[in-house]
Design a protein around this ligand. Structure first.
Ligand code: UFG
Length: 325
């Protein structure tokens, strides 16, 4: 099968490409390199430097490469930024997605996996969160993903586009060759590891007065390779029906627990400071992933936060300045 991967130079996209190529799929990466890295693109993937905002470029890629399916990662993904600049999300994320989807319909490409998010669940009534939970996006970022999920619903009904929306909880970890390198880095695990490497003085803990076991926010960290496997399984099942799946390990770890574990893994003391709460952070987010386990046989290989951090540490030590720029 030939798969076009938007955002295939980014953190999660590049790892999914690596796993797809390991299963002998043919991959075309479409990425504008605004956040991704050329060096993260697998050498066996065809690389198209292009922007989803440019409809002609999207059309050209679909005409030339004629993919059987699309995986759509390319997007703005920062909850906090979306609260400052909603138009980047309710604007660009949505219009870029529409360019891709309308071009797919025109070119007869009828299979897509969408990267969605736990930010759809700002006020969960039950924890862990399953797919029946009421959707209340927590930010313009979450809203932009929900809008794309709804557009897919209609494209399935009207044009027979089969989709899977994968709602990631907290993606983390690395493979031997691909890891997390954002500029600026705002995610907890890479920040903590930068402190361990001496590249940053300390990590700020965003609030310790949440209703959790130690007062800091609790999240469900999922290894990026387990996420990748979920994409491959979901792709294989698209012909049966369109689906949405929540993806996590079903167990949460607090910010302090992550820092303590990172300290054990790295053997370094990690300096912390107590900061203010970050706007938009819910206290607890844990996924119930029974649906994808049952329907697709997804079994995470690396469910333990310690293993996840170990893999990230290995990558950060091998790539102290991230990817070659
Ligand atoms: N945190 C700190 N200090 C930091 C950075 C983060 O205390 O310097 C805390 C945050 O407040 C949060 C936890 O660590 O409680 C994890 O924060 P991340 O920024 O690593 O991840 P988020 O949970 O904010 O967001 C991630 C993705 C989003 C996605 C969300 C879904 O980045 O795209 O998970 O759960 F929407």
């Amino acid at each position: 099968m030939k798969i076009l991967v938007t955002g295939g130079a980014g953190y999660i996209g590049s790892v999914v490409v690596e796993q797809l190529i390991a299963t002998h799929e043919s991959v075309v990466v479409f990425d504008n390199l605004s956040q991704g890295h050329r060096a993260a693109v697998h050498p066996e993937a065809v690389f198209v430097e292009g922007d989803l905002a440019d409809r002609k470029a999207v059309d050209a890629a679909l005409t030339q490469h004629r993919p059987d399916a699309v995986m759509h990662f390319a997007s703005k993904t920062l909850v906090g930024e979306s609260m400052q600049n909603p138009f980047l999300y309710l604007g660009d994320n949505v219009t870029n997605g529409l360019n891709l989807l309308s071009s797919m319909v025109e070119h007869g490409v009828k299979r897509i996996i969408l990267s969605s998010t736990a930010n759809l669940f700002d006020q969960p009534e039950r924890m862990p969160i399953d797919e029946s939970e009421r959707i209340v996006p927590g930010s313009p970022y979450g809203e932009s993903k929900f809008i794309l999920e709804r557009i897919l619903y209609w494209l399935d009904r009207i044009h027979g586009v089969r989709f899977a929306c994968l709602r990631y909880f907290n993606a983390a970890g690395a493979t031997l060759t691909r890891g997390e390198d954002h500029e600026p880095e705002l995610h907890l695990i890479p920040i903590v590891l930068q402190v361990a490497m001496g590249k940053r003085e300390k990590v700020s803990i965003f609030g310790d007065d949440y209703p959790t076991r130690d007062g800091t926010c609790l999240r469900d960290y999922i290894h990026v390779v387990d996420l990748a496997q979920a994409h491959i399984l979901a792709l294989g099942a698209l012909d049966r029906s369109s689906q949405v799946y929540n993806l996590g390990n079903g167990e949460g770890f607090t910010v302090k627990e992550v820092i303590d574990t990172a300290s054990e893994v790295t053997g370094k003391k990690i300096r912390t400071e107590l900061g203010a709460r970050r706007a938009g952070d819910p206290a607890v987010l844990v996924a119930a992933s029974g649906k994808i386990r049952k329907e697709l046989g997804w079994v995470p290989q690396f469910p333990h936060v310690r293993t996840i951090i170990e893999s990230a540490w290995r990558w950060h030590q091998a790539n102290p300045d991230g990817y070659l720029k």
